[in-house]
Design a protein around this ligand. Structure first.
Ligand code: CDP
Ligand code: MG
Length: 711
């Protein structure tokens, strides 16, 4: 058992909520809403929004910002001009769960007045007035509607997370706001003093209208209200960025939380977490437990281990229920974490850092924090974007412990030493400083912002990272030599995919294998299709064999998709759609395929089929011509090619990085001379995943700007 040293943190205390007697769910929700800290300042907040075009709202997590403010604004007439209220979230899970909650609070079905939209899923309608969405999605909307004309209010929520999309969005919204207010004053296009980007927006709007509007007739837009919401205490950076915009603070309700550290460093954080969970369960008073883990895999193994250990406990001590929450969990399961635990039971919520600020789960009294988080990092020299596990910042650790003190005094167990806490960085580096920028650069260019380096970012990305992404966009043919967006680039930007995948679809339409590439791209866009539980490794490997292609993982994925689709279509001929879906899930289970991932891939597939059809691309099939398909893979993924070395390792042609083929790949043993791959992962080695066998000469033929015949 990790030994814990107590370290008291004192916080301001408030009285707990009064419990109602037997009341209906509706009344209960009404009561909860009234008790939220934000409810006390409803009118004041609404006034502030009325008086300020840009407002920054800082408030402790759980005070009611995300769920309540949009409802207040709706109630107080901010949609009267026909516009709607948009709220962006960095995470899909937050957008979905919050929208569901708000629809329930309003007593209406989701998708009507209240809805959400995330990539590949739109649960809104013409009636939707409060729309939750991811920040990335709103950026995409700006491509089609540069003035974001349907919104009267846009709330950028969780701005402190500083995701790359939030940062870009802030810059963009600043311009949209300027352009919309100019349209009211009738000053458009003629103002050459406007900032580079504001000007770009106007020019783009001009282009869209074939120049007919040129500086005379201009549509008038209502002003855009912009609200930036954040959980951290430092509003200054946002306020300064928005020219000294007003910041208001919403007081939270926080009980004291005792912080415990371990006496010595923990080597196995999963084991330490387990021990702590059971220590709490067996020795502490009532209250649910929130455990911060790094991802789906870790969550699933901790869940399994908890169940194993529970079986060893006497019957009376087994009243512990586990609830995972992570982004790829199906949404009906995500909602389960919000249900109160049945009488006499304790809930253990196993969460990624979703639960740090974006999702508030009631009833938590104990937090277990191993101090780790999965984060994106980017190595501009190698051009490698990867997800790795890093230590949290101090700010994150504080947010996490704060989750224990919402409903009463709580305890937080940090699975590291106090001296280690002191060494943590104060806050996390914004994502824009640590990820591949090609997607964002492509989008900005499609929005008419050519000079990306001088774009008014809240924090500038590194120049090398921008230059590198321009270089890879150039190699993909998305930008021209003088850094302008090409026609291909414009097409690529219309697809909701990574630039490399968008390009692959365009290339495939020329090769005559778009039908197959659409499937490959959909399958590559989801988390692991194959499901290999530790205790059934042998069986799952055998199952994979029936789909495996000696040509590589892309064709293997294609085989899986086709087999699943054939099975589904046959079933649909004799059964209802529901029954066919159910049978498909069973088929997945029998074949060790992750049915959730497959479902997601099928959804993505149908959306991108619609996208390419709208773009006028011809969806033709190469049938069984695998040679043609592999040539197309080479022509699409030439940026990620590698050659076998004498020792059996691979050398990535562009970066020189030495990598291995990942053991999960069908080519792990075959080790062909030359490969293309889609993914690079770092654990103790650098591995490449989703690999296909190609011929080096194809690279010379199909990507001559990069490859020459070797001596
Ligand atoms: O945005 P902020 O962190 O200020 O709070 P919020 O997300 O609006 O949450 C306000 C309250 O709603 C919290 O007490 C949550 O526990 C509750 N809530 C809920 O019960 N179910 C949800 N799906 C979302 C929020
Ligand atoms: Mg919130």
């Amino acid at each position: 058992m990790p030994s814990m040293a107590a370290n008291n943190f004192s916080r301001n205390t408030h009285q707990n909520q009064t419990k109602g007697d037997f009341v209906s769910r509706k009344q209960k929700i009404e009561q909860q809403r009234k008790n939220l800290p934000i409810a006390a300042v409803e009118r004041r907040l609404v006034e502030e929004v009325r008086n300020n075009d840009t407002l920054i709202i800082v408030g402790e997590t759980g005070s009611g910002k995300t769920t309540q403010l949009p409802q207040y604004l709706f109630k107080w007439g901010f949609c009267r001009d026909g516009g709607i209220i948009g709220i962006t979230q960095p995470r899909r899970v937050a957008a979905i769960t919050v929208a569901k909650r708000v629809a329930e609070e309003c007593g209406i079905p989701l998708g009507q007045k209240v809805g959400y939209a995330i990539r590949f899923e739109d649960v809104t309608s013409g009636q939707t007035k409060i729309k939750y969405m991811t920040d990335g999605l709103l950026l995409r909307e700006a491509l089609l509607d540069p003035y974001l004309s349907k919104y009267s209010v846009i709330i950028v929520d969780e701005a402190h997370e500083r995701t790359i999309h939030t940062d870009v969005l802030l810059g963009l919204l600043k311009n949209v706001q300027k352009a919309r207010s100019k349209s009211i004053n009738g000053v458009v296009n003629t103002d050459h003093n406007s900032s580079n980007n504001g000007h770009a927006l106007e020019e783009r709007i001009d282009n869209q209208n074939d120049g007919i509007l040129k500086s005379c007739q201009v549509k008038k837009y209502n002003p855009l209200k912009l609200i930036i919401m954040s959980a951290s205490l430092d509003a200054r950076v946002f306020s300064e960025y928005f020219g000294g915009a007003k910041a208001v603070h919403v007081q939270g309700r926080q009980f004291p939380v005792d912080i415990f550290y371990t006496h010595k460093p923990e080597t196995d954080c999963i084991d330490a977490a387990l021990i702590t969970i059971f220590q709490i369960h067996l020795e502490e008073g009532p209250g649910d437990v929130l455990v911060f883990l790094t991802g789906q895999e870790e969550i699933e193994s901790v869940e399994r281990l908890i169940h194993e250990r529970l079986r060893q406990l006497p019957e009376c001590s087994r009243k512990l229920l586990t609830f995972p929450i992570f982004s790829s969990l199906p949404s009906e399961k995500q909602m389960r974490v919000f249900m109160p635990s049945p009488a006499g039971h304790r809930k253990v919520i196993l969460a990624t850092n979703i639960a740090e600020t974006s999702v508030t789960i009631p009833g938590i009294r104990y937090v277990v924090d191993p101090g780790l988080v999965k984060a994106r990092t980017y190595d501009p020299k190698m051009g490698v974007d990867s997800l790795i596990i890093v230590t949290t910042s101090k700010a994150q650790a504080l947010q996490r412990s704060g989750r224990a003190g919402r409903d009463g005094p709580g305890k937080c167990y940090r699975l590291y030493q106090e001296s280690f806490f002191e060494k943590l960085t104060d806050s996390t580096l914004p994502e824009i400083k640590r990820c591949d920028l090609s997607n964002v650069v492509l989008q900005l260019k499609a929005l008419g912002i050519d000079d990306v380096i001088n774009f008014d970012f809240i924090e500038k990305p590194d120049r090398t990272a921008v230059v590198n992404s321009l270089w890879s966009l150039y190699l993909l043919g998305a930008v021209t030599e003088d850094n302008k967006l090409s026609d291909v680039g414009r097409q690529m930007a219309r697809l909701p995919l990574d630039p490399v995948y968008s390009k692959a679809l365009i290339v495939a339409s020329q090769f005559g294998c778009l039908k197959e590439m659409l499937i490959c791209v959909a399958m590559l866009s989801v988390e692991s299709i194959f499901y290999a539980p530790r205790e059934k490794l042998e069986e799952s490997r055998n199952a994979l064999k029936s789909f495996a292609s000696p040509e590589g993982d892309h064709l293997t994925l294609l085989n899986v998709y086709r087999a699943a689709d054939e099975f589904f279509q046959k079933n649909k001929m004799v059964h209802s759609e529901e029954k066919a879906e159910k049978n498909l899930r069973k088929w997945c289970k029998d074949n060790y395929i992750n049915s959730r991932s497959l479902k997601h891939a099928r959804d993505i597939h149908s959306q991108i089929v619609r996208n390419v059809e709208q773009m006028g691309l011809r969806v033709t099939s190469c049938e069984d011509d695998t040679l043609l398909l592999r040539r197309c893979l080479a022509a699409s993924f030439f940026l990620k090619a590698a050659m076998k070395q004498p020792d059996g390792a691979y050398r990535v042609t562009l970066s020189g990085l030495i990598v291995q083929i990942h053991p999960s790949s069908v080519l792990f043993r075959a080790k062909p001379e030359c490969i293309v791959f889609n993914e690079l992962v770092h654990t103790n080695h650098s591995y490449v995943r989703n690999v296909s066998r190609i011929d080096y000469l194809w690279l010379v033929e199909l990507a001559p700007h990069l490859y020459a015949v070797q001596d």
